[in-house]
Design a protein around this ligand. Structure first.
Ligand SMILES: [Fe+2]
Ligand SMILES: [Fe+2]
Length: 282
């Protein structure tokens, strides 16, 4: 990918906290609006549809978004999709083919809880969505591309065993083949958007850098899933942010309070907790 985005703005439309904007709402979920040189797309849509009201309150027009990219199949990133399509009309949906696998959370002695996309493929087809399912990286706009399947190259980023997918009559551990990041080349370097970072935020950054040939990572924005991570993983992640030269870390959604506090302590002004209404420009 050789193009660069000249003007980038990323707005958080759904997140676990609200940063600002009169009357905006928060939920457990994530949605980012990407505006790049006059074109826009959505990266994830949150779970309940608050993106619609939040966008209106922030003065943003979602009808102009030309596509929706989904980071992975969990309900807190995909749940609002049928509602969104009903409100905005048909959109192109870009995701990994494994996105519609039945996804579950398995806790000891409890019944597995479904946490995948609640609507099913048919709910999207009924609303005229064009499903573009691809395991490979895909260029979306000049300077903007999906990661494809994220390579796992770190030795300290692990996936909790309680995430599962349906396999035949039983279940197996979810390895998150469906997880994708969004890589955006800007004049300041690479901006990487992550949904939940189930395969590890450092894996996502390394993968995006290798894919684009971009050495400078300007920023990472999204969920880092450091909430349930060990102290060691949090410390190694901070070390790797430094090794990769990451200038800005906007870690929100599933980052967790404890990890966010540690990131703030280690990174100072380079860290921001995001929140609905937060805007990032590059
Ligand atoms: Fe997730
Ligand atoms: Fe999530």
């Amino acid at each position: 990918m050789r193009d660069r985005v000249r003007q980038l703005r990323v707005t958080i439309l759904a997140d676990n906290l609200a940063a600002g904007g009169e009357g905006v709402l928060a939920e457990h979920g994530l949605s980012l609006l990407v505006e790049a040189d006059g074109q826009s797309l959505l990266f994830d849509v949150g779970q309940s549809g608050i993106v619609l009201g939040n966008a209106a309150r922030l003065g943003l027009d979602l009808t102009r978004a030309h596509s929706v990219v989904l980071s992975h199949g969990h309900y807190d990133h995909t749940g609002a999709l049928p509602l969104l399509l009903a409100a905005l009309g048909p959109k192109e949906i870009i995701a990994h083919p494994a996105l519609f696998q039945g996804k579950y959370a398995r806790r000891r002695r409890a019944k597995p809880r479904p946490i995948g996309f609640p609507g099913g493929r048919d709910a999207l087809a009924e609303r005229g969505a064009a499903l573009n399912l691809d395991a490979e990286p895909r260029a979306l706009l000049p300077g903007v591309m999906t990661s494809g399947e994220i390579a796992r190259t770190t030795d300290f980023e692990t996936i909790p065993a309680y995430f599962a997918v349906r396999a035949g009559r039983g279940m197996r551990k979810d390895e998150f083949a469906d997880e994708q990041a969004l890589a955006i080349r800007t004049r300041k370097g690479l901006v990487v958007l992550v949904g939940c970072s189930h395969r590890g935020v450092v894996n996502a950054l390394r993968h995006a850098a290798a894919l684009t040939g971009e050495e400078r990572i300007h920023a990472v924005i999204g969920g880092t899933h450091l909430g349930p991570a060990s102290d060691e993983q949090v410390e190694r992640t901070i070390e790797e942010f430094e090794n990769l030269g990451v200038e800005r870390v906007v870690a929100c959604h599933c980052t967790g309070f404890r990890a966010a506090a540690r990131l703030a302590e280690a990174l100072g002004d380079r860290f921001d907790p995001g929140g609905v209404g937060y805007q990032f420009k590059a």
